[in-house]
Design a binder for this molecule. Structure first.
Ligand code: BJW
Ligand code: ZN
Length: 345
């Protein structure tokens, strides 16, 4: 971006060149210019669908088929996307600085495909990429047998194919208007479900829209959707659990995406590795890239870095999303895919 302040870039680069222990806190904005939706922007995923119907244990209990359709679509879109220059700039930084660690909230696998190891297949403790919210391509038992695997297969089973979602949406009356670019299959399906709910529930449905601004108690997250009796039939994806991916470990549960839903704890080993990294020594620099900073515990890591002596640099499209700014911070406003190659290069 031509609007970057050259003096700020120069002072940032001077500090970076003297930095060894660097931490990057990463969000969906990193992958935005790869064409993946963010969560809370105008076109973000959360605006189109009620997140509580999907990314929550309650949503899973209610309708695992709907949850799987959503994630199956996200897997397909992520597989079709390519890492952008920001991913590659971070990979180069990681190679240059052995003391670098990336704390990513993204589940899209793009940093790994750009060349950063998440330690999935080798020594996880040494891996420079820590996946705070899991990975779309890791699957685990939805029960408690502990089975886990990685799969890039698409679709994972027939009911998760694009065609299946399209047919289902058609049955529910959500057609593609002629002359329009057809929306993604699961988008059609969710819209059909949302339209029916709105018709039936009116105002009550509007009230169930997610609010990311207020911090609802964990117990209530995922529970403030319309109550069952009057809506159960229309809220359902129509997919039988027996048609969804099954756990080969216990043969008694479904598989689910190994991502962290609201109200679920982050993987304990990941949190321990992150805590250990912070405890090990002082921190020189913290980069906060493309995140709205609303979701915890990720939102707290930049302050943790400050406490260990770090200076903080923000890279975000939107100035209003930059929380906790202090004197001496760097603020780079614009597309991470343009800014990171400039400031890290
Ligand atoms: C660009 C750009 C471009 C655009 N260039 N920039 C403390 C206080 C209050 C609440 C809590 C708390 N601690 C825990 C909670 C509850 C909850 C929480 O944080 N709630 C808040 C919403 C209030 N947290 C949890 O539930 C977490 N679990 C937990 O803490 O467990 C504790 C526990 C212990 C023991 C037992 C039980 C529980 C788990 C949080 C999991 C979040 N999961 C999701 C879904 C993951 C799977 C999936 O992808 O489907 O993670 S939610 C969603 O938000 C996803 C994201 O990773 C995450 C963060 O979003 P992100 O990346 O910041 O995206 P956006 O869209 O918000 O922002 C994009 C940004 O990019 C914007 O700023 C744009 O401007 C910018 N941008 N284009 C640069 N080109
Ligand atoms: Zn199992």
């Amino acid at each position: 971006s031509g609007e970057l302040d050259p003096a700020a870039v120069a002072s940032f680069r001077a500090h970076l060149s003297q930095s060894n222990r660097v931490v990057a806190v990463i969000g969906a904005g990193l992958s935005a210019s790869s064409g993946l939706s963010t969560f809370r922007d105008a076109n973000g995923l959360w605006c189109n669908y009620d997140v509580h119907l999907i990314a929550s244990p309650a949503g899973w209990r209610r309708d695992p088929g709907l949850v799987w359709q959503f994630y199956s679509d996200r897997r397909r879109t992520a597989l079709q996307a390519e890492p952008n220059p920001a991913h590659y700039a971070l990979v180069e930084l990681a190679k240059r600085k052995p003391g670098f660690v990336a704390l990513s909230q993204n589940v899209d696998g793009l940093l790994q495909r750009a060349g950063m190891s998440d330690g999935h297949s080798e020594d996880a403790e040494d891996a420079q990429l820590k996946l705070l919210h899991g990975n779309l391509f890791n699957l685990k038992c939805a029960g408690s047998c502990g089975y886990a695997t990685q799969s890039f297969e698409d679709p994972l089973c027939p009911v998760l194919s694009e065609d299946h979602a399209k047919n289902r949406a058609n049955v529910m009356g959500a057609g593609v208007k002629s002359g329009e670019k057809p929306p993604k299959a699961s988008a059609l399906l969710f819209e059909a479900i949302a339209a029916k709910n709105k018709k039936i529930l009116g105002e009550r449905f509007e009230k169930s829209e997610p609010s990311t601004a207020d911090a609802a108690p964990l117990k209530e997250l995922g529970e403030n959707v319309p109550k069952k009796p009057d809506v159960a039939p229309v809220l359902h994806s129509g997919i039988q659990t027996s048609d969804l991916p099954q756990c080969p470990g216990c043969r008694n549960n479904m598989l689910r995406p190994d991502v962290v839903w609201f109200g679920e704890a982050l993987a304990q080993d990941t949190v321990e590795q992150v805590d250990a990294w912070f405890e090990e020594d002082e921190v020189d620099l913290c980069l906060v890239i493309g995140t709205s900073g609303l979701v915890w515990p990720a939102a707290g890591y930049s302050e943790q870095a400050r406490k260990k002596g770090a200076r903080v640099a923000y890279v975000n499209m939107n100035l209003e999303d930059i929380k906790n700014r202090r004197e001496g911070d760097w603020t780079f406003i614009g597309d991470a895919a343009i800014i990171l190659p400039i400031i890290l290069g």
